[in-house]
Design a protein around this ligand. Structure first.
Ligand code: GDP
Ligand code: IMO
Ligand code: MG
Length: 432
């Protein structure tokens, strides 16, 4: 790679769960700083190191390398209980010095009323439910945009926090009663609990924006970790079956308070088939017969990291990818989960939708979309122990080349198993 590179975005190109956590962990070996810009504990990033498995929800997946500094940006929404549990989990796994975590005071706080309203709203929508994670993410972002949210900095000032919370709970109780016929909540117990959380989180609060700017100025290696996936983006995703933040590479700059000029390269993580958790249209979703030929959900690790739901499965959709690679300005692809296709006789790739020139913007069009498929012969051989690209079965190489061609983007790494060592590097990143 000719360009001098010191900051890289790793972003999901489908509906989330592409394997971003594994890619971030891999690249963290040579990164100094790893930062999350958006989302909350709706995300679930899994990393397998030897016999240990780690699941991250808000803490950047780079924390496992002791030389890293990890950041949670102002664009995130932070559930203190969940974050503190994650921190405890790291300590109990022997991860050294978790004080390497820096949290922006601008992050908005998720409260119990956000979770409750998330769950009640979903119930009320019945068949039209989004299928959210129920973590209160949407209602917390709604308060932020509605200018009545409570930020981490607000939590740290007990007197003003008390007033803000009282006002928020009074408002939420009107909502709970009128919209959901739900009994009111009391603000005092929330205040007590969150005041304790504030004390526990205070040592981690830091000027993330400035620290990252300085790091970028000094040319230190920075990794920006995307959460969710492009089609869950609040603006360009399959609205309203989306999450409530900007999940695109462009959102990284806004969510961390760093300038877009600080980003050198964007890696789009692409699972070599497609999955989706939650509701909403999914043109290449497998039918029952096709699904029977796939490894089951636990073998393919397609059970939701955050909610334990089975993920919906589908063929690779390169029409979707051409759209999302463009939305993200993706420079290279990290292909994941090639090994899951090892036993298939035939593998389909969607190359377009009949009568669609551009990716549909409405649910109605997307529901009716008729994928155009080409069928590729399977390789029927395990790829899990392959160490270099040239040793992949030739049909697997053919499949990868076709993805590159259809996506008009080069592949920079291929993952053939959840573990670090099950990775084929086609390109190296960062200046070493
Ligand atoms: P993320 O949200 O994008 O980080 O992805 P998740 O962690 O939610 O889901 C990906 C799942 O696939 C996890 O269980 C990973 O351990 C696993 N995984 C990642 N890459 C591979 C791979 O190449 N092969 C297999 N078999 N599993 C993988
Ligand atoms: P990672 O980072 C997959 C989905 C939910 C639901 C929709 C809205 O692990 O890829 P929300 O709770 O965010 O309001 O739910 O978004 N969703 C994800 N799906 N991976 C994720 O994160 C997701 N985060 C949210 O299932 O369809
Ligand atoms: Mg996930």
């Amino acid at each position: 790679m000719s360009k001098k590179m010191s900051s890289i975005v790793v972003i999901g190109t489908q509906w989330g769960d592409e394997g971003k956590g594994k890619v971030i962990d891999l690249l963290s070996e040579n990164a100094r700083h790893i930062a999350r810009a958006q989302g909350g504990n709706n995300a679930g990033h899994t990393i397998v190191v030897g016999a240990q498995e780690f699941k991250f929800h808000l803490i950047p997946s780079g924390i496992l390398y002791p030389h890293t500094k990890c950041y949670i940006g102002g664009g995130t929404v932070l559930d203190p209980a969940s974050l503190l549990t994650e921190l405890e989990g790291l300590k109990s796994h022997g991860v050294p010095n978790v004080k390497r975590l820096y949290i922006s005071q601008y992050a908005h706080i998720v409260f119990p009323y956000h979770q409750l309203i998330d769950q009640l709203a979903e119930k009320q929508k019945g068949g039209a439910a989004v299928g959210t994670t129920g973590k209160g993410i949407g209602p917390c972002y709604a308060d932020k945009v509605n200018r009545c949210g409570i930020r981490l900095v607000d939590l740290l000032e007990p007197e003003s926090f008390r007033l803000k919370l009282q006002s928020a709970v009074a408002q939420k109780n009107r909502e709970l009663e009128k919209l959901y016929q739900h009994p009111p909540m009391e603000w005092e117990p929330i205040f007590e609990t969150y005041a304790k959380y504030a004390a526990e989180l205070a040592p981690y609060v830091a000027p993330v924006e400035e620290l990252l700017s300085q790091a970028a100025k000094q040319g230190e290696n920075i990794l920006f970790e995307g959460a969710q996936g492009a089609l869950l983006d609040i603006t360009f995703g399959t609205y309203p079956f989306v999450t409530s933040s900007c999940t695109l590479s462009g959102g990284i700059a806004a969510g961390l308070g760093v300038g877009p000029s600080k980003i050198d390269h964007t890696i789009g993580v692409v699972k070599v088939y497609t999955t989706r958790v939650g509701n909403g249209p999914f043109p290449t979703e497998l039918n029952g017969d096709e699904l029977a030929h796939f490894p089951d959900h636990s073998a393919s690790r397609e059970v939701g990291t955050t909610t334990g739901r089975k993920r919906r499965m589908g063929w690779l959709d390169t029409f979707l990818l051409r759209h999302t690679l463009c939305l993200n300005g993706v420079d290279s692809l990290a292909l994941t989960k090639l090994d899951i296709l090892d036993d298939l006789d035939e593998i389909k790739i969607c190359t377009g939708y009949k009568k669609c020139k551009t990716f549909p913007a409405t649910l109605e069009e997307l529901k009716q979309a008729q994928p155009i498929y080409e069928t590729h012969p399977g390789w029927k051989k395990s790829t899990r122990d392959v160490k270099v690209y040239d040793d992949l079965p030739s049909n697997a190489r053919g499949y990868i080349r076709r993805i590159e061609e259809l996506c008009e983007t080069p592949v920079s790494l291929i993952s053939v198993g959840p573990e670090r060592e099950r990775t084929l590097w086609l390109d190296r990143f960062f200046n070493e």
